[in-house]
Write a protein that binds this ligand. Sequence first.
Ligand code: UDP
Length: 392
Amino acid sequence: MQKNTESPAVLFLTHSGQLGGAEISLIDLVTPYSKNGTCVVFQSGPLADRLRSATGITVQQLDVDLSYIHRESEPATLATSTYDVLKLSAKLGRLAKDFDLIYANTLKASVIGSLAGLWSGRPVIIHLRDILSYQHFSHINRIVFTLTARYLASAVVANSHATIKAYLVAGGHSSKVRVIYPGFDHLRFTRTNKDTIENLRQDLGIPENAVIIGCFSRISRWKGQDVLMKAFAQQHPTTMLLLVGAPLFGENEFLGELELLSHQLQISDRVIFAGFKDNPEALLSMCDIVVHPSSSPEPFGRAVVEAQLSGKLVIGTDMGGIREIIEHGKTGLLVPIGDIQALSTTLTSVLADSKIRIEIGLAARAFASEQFSLSAAHEATRLLISDVLRGR
Ligand code: UDP
């Protein structure tokens, strides 16, 4: 097959069918390739339909269950997965022969996609969206991934400098790595009108004088909703806490713990568990402040940028990708990871100061619009694909 560098046919691979940040970023990523491209989603879930309806790309959902391979998998598990991995990669290798290039969106997809690249002779780009730390990944997983990236991929894209740094510490090689920040459709975050906000407040039973603190994150222990709830419990009784998101990757137990915690802290009448929302931007517009309280370094933090694009003051934790998004005191505020008292003090001071909320919110919106545009992300990806196809 002749390489088409102008309008390449790209085979995108991703493993989860849920709508986490990596998968939502993929939707934006595939849009320019929807005509000639195909996206293979390994697991079932809402992603396949969302990809089809949002971009028109051809989607194949495989419903293969590789959930027994996970971040903390030890060598024995990886050894028993060899047959499944080889079988799937051979199948994808046959499919890849109809495409110019393979683009893997997640870690599992990267390893399987890189083998598919071997079978098909097609170049592979890996998009790294995880901090490869030893807290989250077993030693063997880090070795497998870094070796795959080094020897089988043509390029590695990271969603932040923090992600690259962790990759290099894990043993990755710097030669073919570049950062492409996710891009955002800014207009989505400015469209909500006052009536919609008023209706939402009424639907959720939020009193007129209440100030709303929002958190837009899947429910997961490392996303730090427990820290936020404890800091929130120290705030004035007219404040409300809106938690938007669901346990997407099997952390229902943690949701139960959070509900219990809201009773123990006697704030259950002031905390709203909104669940997962397909288009959270209207809820974002309703908030006065947004907190992103992750208790481990974020690889990037889409939710932080979205809050900035909505013109909100965001309080984030001072580590990982969030440091590349928030400049403390200018485009948001940073607090140390897991520090309930620091978060509580910061919340109290900004709740009392609407001027600073507006000032920082405006600066944040200007910064995020400039730094994280969809067109810049598309152009950087186009260049990368073109370089890889030309063998540069
Ligand atoms: N999100 C959503 N609905 C929700 C909660 C979150 O669509 O109910 C979206 C949120 O707007 C953001 C993404 O999920 O685009 C989360 O990405 P982020 O990088 O913040 O976290 P990740 O899931 O990648 O860890």
